[in-house]
Write a protein that binds this ligand. Structure first.
Ligand SMILES: C[S@@+](CC[C@H](N)C(=O)[O-])C[C@H]1O[C@@H](n2cnc3c(N)ncnc32)[C@H](O)[C@@H]1O
Length: 387
């Protein structure tokens, strides 16, 4: 089979993290674009990327790209693609679409044209036969940007943030992909304490625990392409077996606290589902009472934003309290995601670094306050220093 044009879609702002994850998985010929990273791969890479990428939303196969100013252009360009090579006669075909800055503005009309064109392409291989659409799911995306049409076949199914451990979400839960990004952008590693004093359903801590134990984020769920007959089952079973072998159990303790006991019950349930309940302690505690005698810890949190009417004042009080709590943790680092422009002022501390990130549609800043790095462990006696 010739190489596939793979596209990894992600939230705006996370492209460089996705690229870093891909490089760690061994891919280096990457094209990083707004909201996506592209590279050339094969069916094994579809399995690897779906199972292992922590900060990406989905993995697709780019089937074709062409200019489309009219419905005829769209039909002809789509029908010219060899859909019949990847989709079986009984494929259940579902078309999604979006259009930006293009002459073809009606997304439903574009979806319907694309569906007709794909069916006509399929009939090259299955002339005069019905296409019952009773088989595996093939989700096709038509995306129009400045009159350029891109047709993608989705391999993922429900977005990759759906890891399969969080059945009941807390209030305003962070997407698992964003929680993983917050941890990966921090200086935390498993030798340091990590606390989230507004932990809600526990997403940041659960993502940190699974990252530190090298647990594949997709290990608890299925992907659309697992039902495709042209990808041998053995590819998936091997990738899943390797992922199980690569888990590195670790001993560390993460601290989750929240003012809401109900949400903590969900957090505990989520941690059990993710298989990391032994690594996280959850406690009902107002954030202003958080203390620790441990040194060089990290605080990563996504406090309330106070968006609903009447809630801003409480959020601002909480930011002020977080500033006071952080002052009592002199060698800790703190990482706080919030859209509030005055967060530093309310905390009475300047962030060392800020990074723009989108939590859903909300433009936020990831405010990073760096403490000192922990001293290196003394070398066991007799062990030579690195030259
Ligand atoms: C935006 S949510 C956090 C969501 C979390 N990251 C998740 O993925 O579920 C903010 C959390 O802060 C908690 N909270 C609000 N005020 C608090 C306070 N004073 N002390 C501790 N937690 C507080 C809320 O109960 C809520 O669970």
């Amino acid at each position: 089979m010739s190489p596939l044009n793979l596209v990894v879609a992600c939230t705006f702002g996370l492209e460089s993290l996705v690229a870093e994850e891909l490089r760690e998985l061994g891919y280096d010929d990457l094209r990083v674009e707004n909201g996506r990273v592209c590279f050339s791969g094969d069916m094994r890479d579809i399995a690897t990327c779906n199972l292992w990428l922590r900060t990406a939303d989905r993995i697709g196969i780019i089937m074709g790209e062409f200019e489309a100013r009219t419905f005829d252009d769209l039909f002809d360009g789509t029908a010219a693609i060899a859909w019949e090579e990847l989709m079986p006669r009984d494929a259940f075909m579902h078309v999604n679409g979006r259009s930006q800055k293009s002459q073809l503005t009606s997304v439903p009309a574009c979806q319907s044209i694309v569906k007709k064109a794909v069916v006509s392409a399929m009939q090259r291989r299955y002339p005069n036969q019905t296409l019952p659409e009773t088989g595996a799911h093939y989700r096709i995306e038509i995306s129009l940007l400045k009159d350029k049409a891109t047709l993608t076949l989705d391999t993922t199914g429900p977005s990759l943030h759906k890891r399969g451990y969080r059945e009941e979400a807390g209030e305003a839960p962070l997407k698992e992909t964003m929680a993983a990004a917050l941890v990966m952008l921090s200086r935390w590693d498993a030798s340091r304490v990590l606390a989230d004093p507004c932990c809600g359903s526990g997403t940041i801590l659960i993502e940190a625990a699974t990252l530190a134990c090298n647990m594949a984020p997709g290990r608890k769920r299925k992907f659309s392409a697992e039902g495709w007959e042209w990808i041998p089952r053995e590819i998936w079973s091997t990738a899943r077996a390797q992922a199980r072998q690569q888990v590195q159990p670790q001993e560390f303790r993460l601290l989750g606290s929240d003012i809401d006991a109900r949400v903590l019950a969900k957090a505990r349930e989520n941690a059990v589902n993710a298989g990391v309940e032994d690594l996280i302690s959850f406690q009902v505690l107002p954030a202003d009472q958080f203390r620790s005698r441990k040194r060089y810890g990290c605080l990563i949190t996504n406090p309330p934003y106070g968006e609903r009417l009447g809630e801003l004042e409480a959020a601002e009080t909480l930011y002020h309290e977080l500033g006071m709590v952080y002052r009592e943790l002199p060698d800790w680092s703190a990482y706080i995601l919030s859209p509030h422009r005055e967060l530093e002022k309310l905390m009475d501390r300047r962030a060392d670094k800020k990074r723009k990130l989108f939590n859903g549609r909300i433009e936020c800043h990831y405010n990073m306050f760096f403490g000192p790095r922990p001293p290196r462990e003394p070398r066991p006696e007799g062990e030579a220093a690195d030259s």
